[in-house]
Design a protein around this ligand. Structure first.
Ligand SMILES: [Zn+2]
Length: 214
């Protein structure tokens, strides 16, 4: 399953969820963003996303997200060093964009960079006493080093992801965000179940790979 497919399905799930839960455009954007992000996060592990198969447009989006995010983080670092106030939401969005770009890359340097971003989230969570953000940072920092389609591609990862998103839901006070995040994450696992290698939903209890041939 390519990143583009996961992204599209995740965005669709988010839009459906927004239609059900939300009352305005801004909230809808949160629902779609969180769901699309959740649908991609499972593949923060190992090499995946079949970079060589990426089309021109997705490559462009990847590079734009990566360098736009990096530029953003640079500006935030400058603000921080010169003692100017930083909007937490802006900082988070920049880091999230950078991360999205990295999800679609692969290799050791990519993994190390993802871990650095994760550590930054953990630090920001610690500084602002946001426990969910520490949890999210831990997930991001740890997952790149796991085997591809291992622990992130199990049913156990879904409630963990949900717990992190529940903290975000409380923070933003947008009801339904945690469920949307879990649905987005689930959509990833379901989509991967339709591929030839399938998903080990119950790993490590049941090592069998579940797949559905279409
Ligand atoms: Zn996957």
């Amino acid at each position: 399953m390519t990143g583009k497919t996961h992204l599209a399905i995740g965005a669709f799930v988010g839009a459906a969820s927004a239609a059900y839960f939300s009352f305005g455009l801004e909230q809808a954007a949160y629902f779609i963003g969180v769901s699309a992000f959740s649908a991609l996060s499972a593949d923060l592990d190992g090499p995946s996303m079949l970079s060589s198969k990426l089309g021109k447009l997705s490559k462009l989006i990847r590079e734009a997200a990566l360098w736009g995010g990096a530029l953003f983080l640079g500006i935030i670092a400058y603000y921080y060093l010169t003692g100017r106030p930083i909007s937490p939401l802006l900082g988070l969005s920049g880091a999230a964009a950078f991360l999205l770009g990295l999800v679609m890359k692969q290799g050791f340097i990519r993994n190390a960079l993802v871990s650095v971003v994760g550590a930054a989230f953990m630090y920001a969570g610690y500084r602002n006493q946001m426990i969910w953000l520490i949890g999210f940072g831990l997930f991001v920092a740890w997952v790149p080093w796991l085997k591809h389609r291992g622990m992130t591609h199990t049913i156990w990862a879904v409630p963990i992801w949900g717990a992190i998103a529940w903290g975000l839901e409380k923070q933003l006070q947008i009801e339904g965000l945690a469920i949307t995040a879990m649905l987005g994450y689930l959509s990833h696992l379901i989509a991967d179940t339709l591929t030839p290698s399938g998903v080990k939903w119950l790993y490590p209890i049941v090592k069998k790979s579940f797949k559905i041939r279409m």
